[in-house]
Design a protein around this ligand. Sequence first.
Ligand code: SAM
Length: 278
Amino acid sequence: MWDFNYEKQKDIVSLLEEKGFAMNKKFGQNFLLPRSIRERIVSQMGDIEGRSVFEIGPGLGSITSIMLEKGAVLKAFEIDHGFASILREEAFGDEKNFSLIEGDALKTLKEEEAVPDLIVGNLPYNVGSVIIADIIERGFLPERMVFTLQKEVVERMGARSGGKEYSSFSLLSQLDYDILQAFTIPRSAFYPEPNVDSAVVVMRKKSLCTIKKGEREKFFTLLRTLFSQRRKTIKNNLSRLFADKTQIADVLEKAGIDEKERAENLSLEDVVRLMRSY
Ligand code: SAM
């Protein structure tokens, strides 16, 4: 196993210098230094020995190495070609349980057909929520996912209806998963320090599906419609789906939802009922 000290900022800088690679700001590259925090992230995944794991954004492999030590069968998705060459040639090239897919995970993940047991990632802040939304919309649903994200994004994922953090992303996150904010990580734990705080979110697949497979497209279309203009009433936003105003009134009545209500006050159960009323 590659014996690199991921805790030392100096060693990371020297490694990159020696290879002639620069860090790339646009990929949200902030390395998580303390091993204790990286271990804590991995422990949120449960027993990973022999389990198939996708890691998004492994960087130089600081979380990867712990998962390999624990016997995970790991496929990593990294966009930075410099980091990828270090992972492949220096770090884990000889590990039989390690494979690497180079490129933008927003594209490469979509090419994967077999759903892994787990997905983990210390995700770049700018693409984290897009990747999670893609995974869920596609119905590509591992039993557990553990992501390190901007704290506000994690709060939005677990938010309940009526609160200011509640959005279509909360509903999307909660459709198939129970959301738990496991712990927060101070910015000082990263190199370079980001200008936001982070949190680790654990997404555990619900034992009973909220909706049927055949209803997913309809659910996501309704979700987009309901939140298309946040300040408008549900009735107003629904006019994008139904040309006929009386039909909107009928649908809302059937679902037992007041036409003056706003989407931010609808629970997941309300949205499902609304979807099934037309
Ligand atoms: N896992 C490492 C750690 O915890 O120290 C690095 C985490 S760093 C916040 C994010 C990583 O995601 C970087 O390695 C970056 O190059 C990679 N990345 C950014 N955008 C990506 C994308 N669209 N697809 C795949 N990897 C991406």
